[in-house]
Design a binder for this molecule. Structure first.
Ligand SMILES: *Cc1c(COP(=O)(O)O)cnc(C)c1O
Length: 233
C-alpha cells in the first residue's frame, strides 16, 4: 500500500468513527507521526492530505525542517522533550503535545518569552500509570493547573496521552474515556491560561476507539508509513 492509499484509508476509518459517535467528520485532525520517515515520504503524506506532521525527535525535526519537509502543513512536536532541547523547537512548532513536567513548562515559557512569542502546549497525562512513561499522574493535574497562570508565554490547549501498548483497541477504551472525563472536568474549571481545545490520543492500533471516546487529534505512524524498521538507523 502506498502512503497515499494509507492516508485515504485512515481518513475513511476516522470518518466512520466520527459518524458512529455523532461528531462531524473533519472535526478530528489526523497527525502523521513522521518519525524515521524522510522528507520525501513526509511530503507524500502531506500531499495525501494529513492535517498535521508530528515529529518525535528534535534533531530529526531540525534536519527535515531545513529540507523543507513540512511545507504547507502545521508541525507539532509529539515526542519526549528534554529541557536542553527546548530552544530548538519553541516557535518552530505550533503545538508541543508532550509537556510532562512543570520544570519543562517553565523552560518553554522562558524561551518563548525571550523570543516574544507564545507557545501552545498540551499536558501529557500518564493515564495508564506506567512507570517507564512520561506525563502527569491524573491526580497531579489538579495541583499544577493553577500554576499555569504564571506562564504568560505558554498556553495550555488540552491534553495528550499514550496509553499502554494494546493487543486490541478495546483494551484502551477505559483510558480514553478517563482522558475525556479529565478534559471535560478541567475545561469546566476555567483555569487561567488553560483551555481544553485539543484531546490528542489514539495511534494506528486504536485511533477509532480514541475518536469514539472523544479524541480530536489522532497520531498515526505505521498506519500511514508502514512498519518502522529500527535496524536501519
Ligand atoms: C510513533 C508515535 C505515534 C504513532 O505510532 P503508530 O503506532 O506507529 O501509529 C503516536 N504518538 C507518538 C508520541 C509516537 O511516538
Amino acid at each position: 500500500m502506498s502512503i497515499e492509499e494509507n492516508v485515504k484509508r485512515v481518513k475513511e476509518e476516522m470518518a466512520a468513527a466520527c459518524s458512529r459517535c455523532g461528531v462531524a467528520p473533519g472535526s478530528v485532525l489526523l497527525c502523521a507521526a513522521t518519525k524515521m520517515n524522510d522528507a520525501h515520504r513526509v511530503r507524500e503524506a502531506i500531499a495525501a492530505g494529513v492535517d498535521i506532521c508530528g515529529e518525535n525527535r528534535v534533531q530529526e525535526l531540525t534536519e527535515k525542517l531545513e529540507q523543507g519537509a513540512y511545507e504547507g502543513c502545521p508541525l507539532h512536536f509529539i515526542g519526549r522533550l528534554q529541557k536542553n532541547k527546548v530552544k530548538y523547537i519553541v516557535g518552530k512548532v505550533e503545538l508541543i503535545h508532550s509537556a510532562d513536567s512543570v520544570e519543562l513548562i517553565e523552560v518553554i515559557n522562558k524561551r518563548a518569552a525571550a523570543m516574544g512569542t507564545t507557545q501552545d502546549i498540551l499536558l501529557e497525562v500518564n493515564i495508564g500509570g506506567e512507570e517507564a512513561k512520561g506525563g502527569f499522574a491524573p491526580e497531579k493535574l489538579w495541583e499544577i493547573l493553577p500554576l499555569m497562570a504564571d506562564f504568560q508565554a505558554v498556553r495550555v490547549r488540552g491534553l495528550m496521552a499514550i496509553p499502554p501498548i494494546c493487543e486490541n483497541m478495546e483494551e484502551n477504551r477505559p483510558y480514553f474515556r478517563a482522558m475525556k472525563q479529565l478534559f471535560v472536568d478541567i475545561g469546566a474549571k476555567k483555569y487561567d491560561n488553560v483551555s481544553m481545545d485539543f484531546l490528542s490520543m489514539g495511534m494506528s492500533a486504536d485511533f477509532q476507539a480514541a475518536i469514539e471516546e472523544g479524541a480530536n487529534i489522532v497520531r498515526v505512524g505505521s498506519g500511514i508509513f508502514g512498519a518502522r524498521n529500527y535496524n536501519c538507523h
